[in-house]
Ligand binder design. Structure first.
Ligand code: GLA
Ligand code: ZN
Length: 695
């Protein structure tokens, strides 16, 4: 893993809260026994245990934790230790109300919930430092402790803090960033509606009862909240280092989480981890798998290193509208999907179900009944078997030569912009279309932001890159010049870092590279659509027509070759898809929001033309193929998320995992079977095939 972080083999375990069972010491012994039966080798401890660790201000009790860590260690179970700062004790809120958040209408929250501290508060930071240092001194060198889990799901379910301290920090952030108030006024376009500031002291955070509509203010506020969260992570990290521990750190990230730019937070920790709770069986599993798959790729791409699946639900998730049980085999398929996309763990929330409060009905490895003869425990054991069978693949990297841009700041700016379609721009969905098109042809795909290099890729899709920050156009230009293929879409290169519109034509700085200028964009009503027709003899060999909706851009071509044209409306005959040769590369431009079939067909042609081949010759719909590799071997993961069996033509290799192995048959290296040719894969089955990389 990152920076040489290795946990030797896969971690299999999850959140464990033995502090809820201190009055019943037999529970721990029983749990250890069950952990062993289920192949659990890790527990994540300490999340939310502050009130037990520091029951009264300055009075610490860490002995119970030491006893438990020792006992787990004696039984071969490793601990990821969490700092308890995801929730605070009541005494702290009562004595120091400044630790409680203030909403955008100026009201301070009462005590309650979690993830909702004012993380600017000096008192809060001091309390955090002390408890973290204590934990680090006590356990940071314990041989059973392997990593730090800082706080929990930062900002999850909570609003931003708008207290006077945070407002002042925001103003400092702006002073630092802009230097003079004139510079800020210019960058924020404050002459509009007479919103000019005379001094930084006058600036207030965005508010529903104040200024909600100054887009650059909103954008800088989100950047500030991200930065102050990163700063808070640094405080925790420093405290842990001061306590003498040099173990790697992580934070557990969340699904499609907009409020914080995860690329910035990623810089503050040693490795990435995230919590994955798809609603399996709500739609066809193949569709849910696509959704989860892209999230895994986003997480892996943050550091371009293996990550940990920090939480997932072994059974039904109680906060979802319907608590659906996972059907037999679903847990293994979902867990191995994380591994296939680069996870070095399968961890659950939670290991033992709590007895009371709001998560008493959340799925757990050990339920209230507490026996080993439960369906869920058997399913968990099956995951344990699978992870043992593929042990050698842990730590292997993902090599991708195709990437899709998905940029947080771009999203904030675009979704706040007012126009060209306030009832839905569908940024995430559009990114997904590109990602899916590459994935369906069997490519590994990175999902990166504008700060990341493009050098590793042959083809990069840049859907709806509305904002070009840090002069992104130069990066794109260099990439194409050096032989890369770019696929850019409508609504790109429109504004700069502070949401000021570029003058003199868009896509800004790339009109020569793309061989066109965007002239207008048409927002379509939900019921409207247009169609694109192939230009006969087009070099991609496109023969079909495709529909588009939501947004249709009109471009004026200067040099680009037109591959498809609109069929309807007053812009019938204008380009809908173009390509331009530039330097040693090519720049494609997709003018409208097309149906998925367009992306599937066109992207595979473009990627093929650029020399990319899928991991399998053909990938049937609903099948996921990914690979991980070391310097010697490539591991192919093939998963059937369809509801029917599928036949796959396997390349030559040795099978590390199939259904029989997952069900319990051990698979020592010398027994590996050589496989090649046709093979049926059952629904929810995963195959893992090892191939030697020729040198
Ligand atoms: C989140 C939290 C956990 C728990 C689970 C329940 O991921 O981090 O503490 O509440 O949700 O699904
Ligand atoms: Zn605050």
């Amino acid at each position: 893993m990152a920076g040489g972080i290795h946990f030797s083999g896969y971690l299999h375990g999850g959140d464990y809260n033995p502090e809820q069972w201190l009055d019943n010491p037999e529970i721990l012994e029983k749990d250890i026994e069950l952990f062993q039966k289920a192949g659990i080798n890790e527990v994540t401890m300490g999340v939310f245990s502050w009130a037990v660790l520091e029951p009264r201000e300055g009075e610490y009790d860490l002995e119970w934790m030491r006893r438990i860590i020792d006992r787990l260690y004696e039984n071969g179970i490793r601990v990821i230790l969490a700092t308890p700062t995801g929730a605070r004790p009541k005494w702290m809120a009562d004595r120091y109300p400044e630790v409680l958040r203030v909403n955008d209408r100026g009201q301070r929250d009462y005590f309650g919930q979690r993830h909702n501290h004012c993380n600017s508060s000096p008192v809060f930071r001091e309390k955090v430092r002390r408890i973290d240092r204590k934990l680090s001194e006590a356990f940071g060198r314990h041989p059973g402790v392997i990593a730090w889990h800082l706080s929990n799901e930062l900002a999850g379910c909570a609003h931003d803090c708008f207290c006077p301290l945070c407002q002042e920090k925001f103003r400092e952030y702006l002073r630092e960033k802009y230097g003079t108030i004139e510079a800020l006024n210019k960058a924020w376009a404050t002459t509009f509606w007479s919103h000019t500031y005379n001094d930084f002291d006058q600036i207030e955070a965005p508010s529903s009862i104040g200024e909600p509509g100054l887009h650059a203010l909103n954008l800088d506020w989100r950047r500030f909240v991200t930065e102050s969260t990163a700063d808070f992570i640094r405080v925790e990290t420093e405290a842990i280092r001061e306590g003498g521990s040099d173990l790697p750190t992580t934070i557990n990230l969340m699904y499609d989480f907009r409020p914080l730019n995860y690329h910035k937070l990623a810089e503050t920790v040693d490795f990435i981890s995230w919590d994955n709770y798809p609603s399996w069986h709500k739609k066809e599993e193949a569709l849910t798998a696509l959704d989860a798959g892209m999230q895994h790729d986003i997480m892996r791409s943050l550091k371009k290193e293996p990550f940990l699946l920090m939480e997932s639900c072994p059974s039904a998730t109680n906060w979802q509208p319907v608590s659906k049980l996972k059907k037999p085999g679903m847990l293994a398929a979902a867990s191995l999907q994380a591994v296939a996309h680069g996870s070095d763990s399968v961890l659950y929330f939670q290991l033992r179900q709590s007895r009371g409060a709001s998560e008493k009905f959340h799925g757990a490895v050990i339920d209230h009944y507490g026996g080993e003869d439960t369906r869920v425990l058997q399913e968990v054991a099956r995951v344990g078997n699978a992870l043992r069978a593929i042990r050698e693949t842990a730590g292997a990297q993902t090599a991708a030569r195709a990437a899709v841009l998905f940029d947080w700041e771009n999203r904030w700016a675009m979704e706040d912009a007012a126009g060209p379609r306030n009832q839905g721009l569908f940024y995430k969905e559009t990114v997904e279309k590109s990602w899916q098109a590459f994935r369906k042809m069997g490519l590994n795909v990175d999902v990166i932001d504008m700060t990341q290099p493009l050098d590793d890729y042959q083809v990069v899709a840049m859907p709806m890159l509305y904002m070009f920050r840090d002069e992104y156009e130069n990066k794109v230009r260099a990439f194409v010049e050096q032989g890369g293929t770019v696929i850019m879409t409508y609504w790109s290169g429109i504004v700069d870092d502070t949401d000021l519109c570029f003058l003199e034509g868009t896509p800004h700085g790339l009109m020569d590279v793309l061989g066109l200028r965007s002239t207008e964009i048409d927002g379509l009503y939900d019921w409207e659509k247009n169609t694109a027709l192939p230009v006969s003899g087009n070099p991609l060999g496109i023969g079909k027509t495709y529909t588009c909706n939501h947004l249709c851009e009109l471009v004026s071509v200067k040099g680009a070759q037109v591959l498809m044209t609109y069929a309807e409306d007053f812009y019938a005959g204008l380009p809908a898809l173009t390509v331009n040769r530039w330097g040693r590369g090519k720049a494609y431009y997709v003018c409208a929001d097309f149906e998925q079939a367009f992306y599937d067909d066109i992207y595979s042609r473009i990627a093929g033309e650029a020399g990319l081949h899928g991991l399998l010759e053909t990938v049937p719909e609903g099948v996921e193929v990914t690979s991980r590799q070391t310097s010697e071997k490539e591991y192919l993961f093939i998963q059937n998320f369809r509801r029917t069996p599928v036949t796959i033509n396997l390349p030559e290799g040795k099978l590390l995992l199939d259904a029989a192995i997952a069900a319990g048959r051990e698979c020592p290296e010398e027994n590996l079977r050589s496989e090649r040719g046709e093979r049926i894969i059952e629904p929810l089955e995963t195959l893992v095939l090892a191939r030697i990389i020729p040198h």
